[in-house]
Ligand binder design. Sequence first.
Ligand code: PSU
Ligand code: MN
Length: 331
Amino acid sequence: MPDSPLLRILPDVASALASGAPVVALESSVLAQGLPIPHNRVAARRMTGAVATRGAMPAITAVVRGIPTLGLTDEELERFLAREGVRKVSARDLGVAVALKQDGATTVAATLALASIAGARVFATGGIGGVHREPAFDESADLPELGRTPMIVVCAGAKSILDLPATLERLDTLGIPVVGYRTSELPGFFTAETGLALSARAESAEDIARIFIAHRALGRRSAVLVVQPPPAEFALPRETVEGAVERAVADAVKRGVRGAAMTPELLGAIVRETGGKSLAANLALLENNAALAAEIAVALARLEGVTEDEMNRGAERAKALNLASSGWYNS
Ligand code: PSU
Ligand code: MN
């Protein structure tokens, strides 16, 4: 479905989608709101690079001056990395951003909505939103959107700033399988350990692709959420993260932070508290998740009988695009 009138798709992404070659969607809110400048540029480079070198086509989603877009050009990405006038766009904000011709960086919820219109099936991010600890009734739109969008979403769990047991229960209620990639425990984003057991575990990208195929064959409409811990050398101890989160939440509540501002606020506070260690973990896990998503997308295409010729053509285009973008990659 390359030429949806609802969506502008980068030509290389469109041809990959049309031939069934692997595509990995990437969100832009983590770049425009979640990570500080200049680290957001590093994150973009590491994520798109990890996807392209594994033979899949990376596609960052955003609303570009009111146009829902899958696959940003270099110029557009620059504007989003500079983040001036770029608003955070979740599910509720999509129509508004389009009608008012805004630049909008898409959260997991909005990325699911856009990427699924285009027929992309694999999506990588850092951490999904979930049930917040405080104030009561702040629950991310990522959860219901995951409940009704059939995509594979790779992440490092839900951010440690959330109520993780409650988030896991909501995922269950919504019928979203949470599959640990080589882990039996829900990772806590910056940390590998949360003590929360998962109901499913997979050892290979191919097994994850098989789970998705079976899930879809049964007519399930929800996402399959794949979780993996941050790379061991960057993971923070659970107690460090817990302490930082508790102080950040208390401070944010005291200052009356609410709604969409809460997630960026807490992530910033934790970076300050951990002296940048959480930032290094964040960048490493984003790259790691993009890499696994690419492997899953490749496995899914193979299982669906996409020819090696088509896979190779897609891989060549992804690598060429990756090299052509080296201007913003290396600056
Ligand atoms: N994880 C990060 N950084 C982020 C986010 C997640 O490490 O910036 C973003 C994602 O885009 C996610 C969003 O979808 O935060 C959730 O925001 P909210 O809780 O307002 O729904
Ligand atoms: Mn919220």
